[in-house]
Write a protein that binds this ligand. Structure first.
Ligand SMILES: NC(=O)c1ccc[n+]([C@@H]2O[C@H](COP(=O)([O-])OP(=O)(O)OC[C@H]3O[C@@H](n4cnc5c(N)ncnc54)[C@H](O)[C@@H]3O)[C@@H](O)[C@H]2O)c1
Length: 366
């Protein structure tokens, strides 16, 4: 076991993971670089302390490959550095497909023909996690992977791992699942990662601005488009139910009780797939409201951002908080880490307050 290191297993070696691991490499090569980090260290853990000791996927071009190569396999588009040093000799292992591969991405992902049962793959995964001393599992499965996420949450519980759930399947924010993590005294951070400078945090900030300044919001929308497999997958509306809940609640939760918007007055969701955008994500946000003397106002914002830098900049902290909680023997959903890093935490807290509480928690004073 690497002492003082964080041994992470990843589920879904896609674009988000490629961004995370290449981002870590960027900081390892540029040791004085601090731009883009919310926390240089968390509980004494620096970025260079994160290592990827196990990995699970279903794509023909990834399973059986060294993880350090699989991150560059199509349809992963992240090419920030040409090699990475944090994956050791980790080889990507086969995961059960379950509901992981949607109709719009099947030809892009090209999943392996599975010969083993889920039970066999579960046993192999548990053996791999044990063999590699993996202590935190990072879930980066596609949107709509309800069964697959539950499979891995269950594996996490049996293996004694912390769980960081970056996707909109409700585990940390589901009382029944959260109780299981409490019973095993294992930490969980979730659900659905709130990107660093993404549409959710921006929309939340503008919403809070209006509320704090005494205005009322009458209508709002947030339209998101992108060109990677995440956006292609989200063309399948049936896979989107929890994503829409997660994104909408992240904004609606900041409105006062007496002016929560009705469904017809709030639209927030992934909206289209534009292939040439690749990992560039565009968000269009509009807020209509009324201010002093009931006078109307509106605002529009266009955000253009790399979707994968956005996710890596947050999961890098979520992972370290999960490990810190393991060290402190804290189990269950991490309230402040989940509220600050995730769109759909068990308890929604305004971001400024969540950040303050989180930093106190990291410092060991709350
Ligand atoms: N800013 C962001 O990028 C952001 C924000 C919030 C949430 N997320 C979520 O993070 C997740 C990952 O995003 P991404 O861009 O890396 O997606 P991706 O499509 O690039 O990667 C998904 C990976 O999962 C693999 N996979 C599919 N089914 C699987 C299964 N059953 N078991 C194991 N692996 C399987 C695919 O082969 C692929 O490698 C998505 O759910 C996305 O919505 C991302």
């Amino acid at each position: 076991m690497f002492m003082g290191k964080i041994n992470v297993g990843v589920i879904g070696v896609g674009n988000c993971f490629a961004g995370l691991v290449q981002g870590i490499e960027y900081y390892k090569r540029n040791k004085t670089e601090k731009i883009g980090l919310m926390h240089e260290t968390i509980g004494g853990y620096g970025i260079e302390d994160i290592r990827f000791t196990s990995a699970f996927d279903v794509a023909i071009d990834k399973v059986g490959k060294p993880l350090s190569e699989a991150i560059y396999a199509d349809p992963n588009y992240v090419r920030w550095v040409d090699s990475v040093s944090t994956c050791g000799d980790t080889v990507v292992k086969e995961a059960p497909i379950l509901d992981g591969v949607g109709v719009y991405v099947a030809s892009m992902i090209n999943p392996i023909k599975q010969k083993k049962s889920s039970a066999e793959l579960r046993k192999e995964a548990l053996d791999e996690i044990k063999r590699t001393d993996t202590e935190v599992l990072l879930n980066y499965l596609p949107v709509g992977s309800q069964k697959a996420t539950e499979f891995w949450a269950d594996v996490s519980l049996e293996a004694g791992c912390a769980f960081v759930n970056c996707i909109p399947v409700f585990i940390a924010s589901n009382k029944r699942w959260e109780k299981r993590f409490v019973e095993k005294n294992l930490p969980i951070v979730g659900d659905d990662i709130k990107a660093q400078i993404g549409s959710t945090i921006t929309h939340r900030t503008l919403t809070k601005l209006c509320v704090d300044r005494g205005a009322v919001i009458d209508r709002t929308y947030q339209i998101n488009v992108g060109g990677n497999t995440d956006f292609a997958n989200m063309l399948e509306r049936e896979r989107l139910t929890s994503k829409k809940i997660s994104k909408t609640e992240a904004v609606r939760s900041l409105l006062p009780e007496n002016s929560k918007l009705q469904d017809k007055d709030i639209y927030i969701g992934p909206s289209d797939f534009i292939p040439f955008l690749g990992n560039t994500k565009l968000a269009f946000i509009r807020i209509e409201g009324r201010m002093f003397a009931n006078i109307p106002f509106n605002m529009e914002l266009r955000l253009e951002v790399n979707d994968k830098a956005n996710s890596g900049g947050v999961s890098i902290d979520a992972l370290r908080c999960a490990k810190l909680a393991m060290d402190r023997k804290i189990g269950g959903a991490l309230t402040y880490a989940s509220a600050y890093f995730m769109k759909h935490p068990p308890i929604q807290i305004a971001d400024e307050e969540a950040r303050k509480k989180l930093d106190e928690w990291i410092a060991g004073v709350s």
